[in-house]
Design a protein. Sequence first.
Lengths: 74, 172
Amino acid sequence: MRRDLRTFALLFIGLLMAGCATTPVQPWERGRLARWDMRWDSDPMQAAAFEHAHFSKEGTSGEIGAAGGGCGCN
Amino acid sequence: MYKLMRANVVVAAIVLTLSATIAAAVEPGSPAPGFDAPTFDNKPIRLVDYRGKVVFVDFWASWCSPCRQSLPLYDKLSGEFPTSDFAVVAINVDENAADAKKFLAEHPVKYTIVQNPKGDIPKAFGIDGMPSSYLIDRDGTIRDRHVGFEPKDIDALRGEIAKLIGAPAHAS
């Protein structure tokens, strides 16, 4: 009984690990990922403006590239 | 003993599962993997038919931004050498042929382009980036492999081709 349980547990872990081994997206399969609607930002210019305002106001050093002291002058 | 064997089997299974996902790139010095693929006009093209010529194989896609620069430059390069000595065969990996045709309407080229939406040719070459290109000598051996593209790469490539065909390029 105990041995069965152990075998089952091993099989289960093995299957779980196999589930993690997904086939990575190959370089020639990135067409969909390269689509405009797959971007993180819907509008790159607006995103850049938001980022600039964010690091200027928050002064979060290192959060988005370089940061100033929060004076809003950079 | 039984326990040890079982552990080995589990470890081997994990290693096999993980390694199955990694494809090795074909390196210079190895024979080029042969292919047989249709052009956009459904004309079959086989790499073996180019034996005796220096062949430049370029993997591209409509969504690959460096390809906007590389295709026109490769087109110009293909005209700089005699067709009896040199050929460019480009392999399009777009899933949707319409995307490639639209791209070609904007960036027309004269050299041969085959379509491979399934991606078995780039898989056989083991390409690890887009765009990727291979320079194959007259005997079908890969002489040079290049990943990515910058316009300055063209000069080195021109020199390599001239060396392989044994004749200098003539300016077009």
